[in-house]
Design a protein around this ligand. Structure first.
Ligand code: GUN
Length: 274
């Protein structure tokens, strides 16, 4: 078997077209502020992708690029100012040490990354709220590639606050109805769980976390990993996975574009709510 590749770039463009439709009916363009502190090269590249997407769909994106030496009170005062004017605000991670608590000062109604404890709490309660973009993008990618998670056994590998944990909640909530197993880097006999899955989502941040011998034939594999190695950008699953999977997301061009599309979608939703 050679897995069919799930084209995240194409699916993200479909979502962008839907957003262009929505924005065309609005009185003014939605506004999104992206705050970057320091010079992390990955952050710079993610922000470039977000800026390009915003331009395509018609969102006014402002990039606030602050020096590494920025203090907590300087960052805090920028966030508080933007809370008054913007539809969406994100602070690109990682932040220099000591600044993380400012994330919680973003108005939860403008927290289009969905990282604020208020929005994470709403997710736990199954109440409406802004959902984290990568998990929301994975769920959207599953539906739009013909993989309704209802009744499926989905194994999520990775327990981060921005991907694994919220994804396990999104997939198991009423209406989505997957049966979810949440595994992580310290799960013994990982293959005993992944080998039983209909869908495996890997978000650990380590190459070759899951290989073909850990999977059943015909499984759908969503690779969230983005690892910069000497041989280029690779995901979290081994290249032999394509021999056993029925469908697989490429890296790059799988989940990455979906994260950006869901950020645009959250920004439009936030603007429509005000
Ligand atoms: N760093 C890596 N992924 C993300 C993301 O989705 N949002 C933010 N703000 N920072 C990130």
């Amino acid at each position: 078997m050679s897995a069919e590749l799930i084209d995240g770039k194409k699916i993200a463009l479909d979502i962008e077209f839907e957003l262009i439709e929505k924005i065309s009916k609005m009185d003014s363009k939605p506004s999104l502020s992206v705050i970057q502190v320091g010079e992390d090269p990955a952050s710079t590249s993610y922000i470039r992708a977000k800026s390009k997407a915003a331009e395509r769909v018609g969102i006014n994106l402002t990039h606030h690029h602050l020096p590494e030496s920025t203090t907590k009170s300087e960052l805090s005062s920028l966030v508080n100012k933007l809370n008054e004017s913007e539809d969406g605000i994100i602070i690109q991670l990682p932040l220099p040490e000591g600044l993380d608590s400012v994330l919680n000062e973003i108005n939860p109604e403008k927290d289009v990354d969905g990282f604020h404890p208020f929005n994470l709490g709403k997710l736990v309660q199954g109440e409406p709220g802004l959902r984290p973009c990568t998990p929301a993008g994975v769920v959207e990618l599953l539906y739009r590639s013909g993989n309704d998670p209802s009744g499926k056994h989905v194994v999520v590998v990775g327990r981060s606050t921005i991907v694994g944990k919220p994804l396990s909640l999104l997939l198991s909530q009423k209406g989505v109805d997957a049966t979810v197993t949440l595994c992580h880097s310290r799960t013994p006999n990982l293959e005993s769980f992944t080998g039983d899955a209909d869908i495996v989502v890997v978000a650990v941040g380590w190459p070759d976390t899951v290989s073909a011998n850990m999977l059943k034939s015909g499984v759908v594999v969503i690779d969230v990993g983005v690892n910069r190695t000497d041989s280029g950008l690779v995901g979290d699953v081994s290249s032999d996975v394509k021999e056993v999977a029925s469908q697989l997301t490429p890296v790059p061009g799988g989940v990455g574009p979906m994260t950006v599309a869901m950020l645009m979608s959250n920004t439009v939703d936030s603007a429509l709510k005000k």
